[in-house]
Ligand binder design. Structure first.
Ligand code: DGL
Length: 265
């Protein structure tokens, strides 16, 4: 096993989790794969999502990573348990919305969850709601409108604003006071979502929780890096130039020098 952590998503969304891991664990080296060629996953069947994500995970297993982080709610709810069965030697951390935290901090007992369609309809998410928010009023909504807009780099401006206003309307009508983000692409829209929902609605993403979980798993397995240096690579299955521009726009200058490459699986 090498000293690398592998992180996967259908596109750039998982960079929100990857960024948290890179900040929290500065001695760790990582490989991130965005399956940009097949993004979005949210409108695909569970079987298709399993087939695609197995290819991503197989690539990382061949690189002999010590931990895999599925930085995608849609993959997690569709096939995390299958992937764990397929690759039992390597720990795999999944990503789900922080419904437990949402239910602890709500004051009016009305929470919202915004995910992709696949995630919102999944039994996995239904079970999480039953487990952590059974006594609350929960509006669990899915949309496949936002991910393609984020993938185009339109995280500010009229197009995303219009789409968000439409998607978020039901949450305003439902009078939620907490919204849990159930898609890693939406983490990059947090500010814009906040502007529409207003200051009385708390918006929770799960990036910090996943980075903490990654640290915990590495610690428990005695795999935390002891070296005081790190290296990162961002890989895409799609158009290299587009991914370079988009990831740099999303991540900002701090990560400008990172190696970015195209791969085919
Ligand atoms: N970023 C992903 C998630 O967390 C998937 C988005 C998509 O490909 O539809 O669900």
């Amino acid at each position: 096993m090498t000293n690398l952590i592998g992180v996967v998503d259908s596109g750039v969304g998982g960079l929100s989790i990857w960024r948290e891991i890179a900040k929290k664990l500065p001695n760790e080296s990582t490989i991130y794969i965005a399956d940009s060629k097949n993004c979005p996953y949210g409108s695909k069947s569970s079987e298709e999502i399993y087939k695609l994500s197995k290819k991503l995970v197989t690539f990382l297993i061949r690189k002999k990573v010590k931990l895999i982080v599925i930085a995608c709610n849609t993959i997690t709810v569709s096939c995390l348990s299958k992937l764990r069965k397929d690759f039992p030697e390597t720990p795999i951390v999944g990503t789900v919305p922080v419904i437990k935290t949402a239910s602890e901090v709500t004051r009016n007992g009305k929470i919202g969850i915004l995910s992709t369609t696949r995630t919102a309809k999944s039994i996995y998410q239904k079970n999480l709601i039953e487990k952590f928010a059974d006594s609350l009023k929960v509006l669990n909504l899915g949309t496949d409108k936002l991910v393609p807009i984020v993938e185009e780099g339109e995280i500010n401006g009229i197009q995303i604003d219009k789409a968000l206003k439409e998607v978020l309307r039901p949450f305003l009508d439902f009078n939620i006071d907490v919204l849990a983000l159930g898609c890693t692409h939406f983490h990059f829209l947090k500010k814009q979502i906040g502007q529409i929902l207003g200051k009385n609605v708390l918006i929770l993403d799960c990036a910090g929780a996943i980075a903490r979980q990654a640290e915990k798993v590495l610690k428990n397995n005695n795999k935390l890096s002891v070296y005081n240096s790190s290296g990162h690579a961002l890989l895409t299955t799609g158009d290299l130039n587009k991914f370079k521009i988009l990831s740099r726009k999303i991540l900002g200058r701090r990560f400008e020098s990172i190696l970015i490459k195209r791969i085919s699986l």
